[in-house]
Write a protein that binds this ligand. Structure first.
Ligand code: CP
Length: 324
């Protein structure tokens, strides 16, 4: 996406939030600044979504994304009509296309969708006259998570330049490491270390994009995790995406093998820098030892809180809340 320089609130009005690639770096910076205002002066945004309605459609499970979108809309005085998929006619075989076309007739102001299929959010955006926010489509994109990850990294470091970050875990099926790596690559001096089992390494096409931009990165196995994090500002841990492994005994065996060797233990943090932080989009399952939660390095619960500010900022920008 070309960077056009000066950005105003009007630039976001009515836009879809489907992929982080749809936003220029200046636009991303504007969204992060707007989220900071929302966090610092929430009272100034109260009422900005008065009379506006959000329709979340979560075809896959979610705790953080679903609830933080709802909290964000409530904080801005908007309303939420949640489609209960368990009781919906999708269970009778109604297509996504028909469901969306019909929902559009009810005239919500924004649709928030999570779906297991890569590209589903773009499909929905293309047939919807109203803005669509992608809450995660398969292993493809989770742009609001990427924005909150960037917001959190900036909160920790004070800048998005010269970030030295390890990104660890399931780098094949995890959508968050993909969009985070590509987003960080836009900033000066980014240095990324990808740590994963060989079977779950970063997709080759993504590495090719980084190579094209001359981005510094290394790839290593899980045995090197401790050594790698000693030289980083932070590590972004990710869950092994069990639901995206091939079905059947082979997929199960591979999952069990990876699960048994992947865990960040408290003892591995002895030589990290004093200001080192651990991020994780959550949910975490076995990949971080419980005792790590009580160290000053754990930052993932704070990171999840930032999701409310980012989603409030996006709703305010896309649906045209108050002027600054
Ligand atoms: N980080 C994230 O997307 O969490 P949920 O799956 O709980 O929404």
């Amino acid at each position: 996406m070309a960077d056009s320089g000066i950005i105003t609130k009007q630039d976001f009005l009515g836009r879809d939030v489907v992929s982080i690639d749809d936003f220029s770096t200046s636009e991303i910076d504007y969204i992060l600044d707007h989220a900071e205002k929302v966090q610092k002066w929430p009272q100034e945004f109260e009422g900005s979504m008065q009379g506006k309605q959000m329709m979340p459609m979560f075809f896959e499970n979610s705790t953080r994304t679903a609830t933080s979108f709802q909290v964000a809309m409530h904080n801005l005085s908007g309303s939420v009509v949640d489609l209960d998929l368990e009781r919906s006619s999708i269970k009778k075989g109604e297509t996504l296309r028909d469901t969306i076309k019909m929902i559009n007739g009810y005239k919500p102001d924004v649709i928030v969708i999570r779906h297991s299929k890569d590209g589903s959010a773009r499909f929905v955006a293309d047939i919807s006259p109203i803005p669509v926010m992608n809450a995660g489509d398969g292993k493809n994109q989770h742009p609001t998570q990427t924005l909150l990850d960037l917001y959190t990294i900036k909160e920790i470091k004070g800048t998005l330049d010269n970030v030295k970050i390890a990104i660890a875990g399931d780098l094949k099926y995890g959508r968050t490491p993909h969009s985070l790596a590509l987003a960080l690559a836009r900033y000066e001096g980014c240095d990324m270390s990808f740590v994963s089992p060989e079977s779950l390494s970063m997709p080759k096409d993504l590495l090719a994009r980084l190579d094209k931009q001359n981005i510094m990165y290394t790839e290593s196995g899980l045995n090197d995790l401790e050594e790698v994090i000693n030289n980083c500002d932070m590590v972004y841990m990710t869950r092994v995406q069990r639901e995206r492994f091939p079905e059947g005994p082979e997929g199960e065996h591979e999952y069990d093998r990876v699960a048994s060797e992947y865990c960040l233990k408290e003892s591995m943090l002895e030589n990290v820098g004093a200001r080192f932080k651990i991020l994780h989009p959550l949910p975490k399952v076995f990949e971080i030892e419980d005792s790590v939660d009580d160290t000053d390095y754990a930052y993932y619960f704070r990171q999840a809180e930032n999701g409310v500010y980012i989603r409030m900022a996006l709703l305010d920008l896309v649906l045209g809340g108050y002027d600054d």
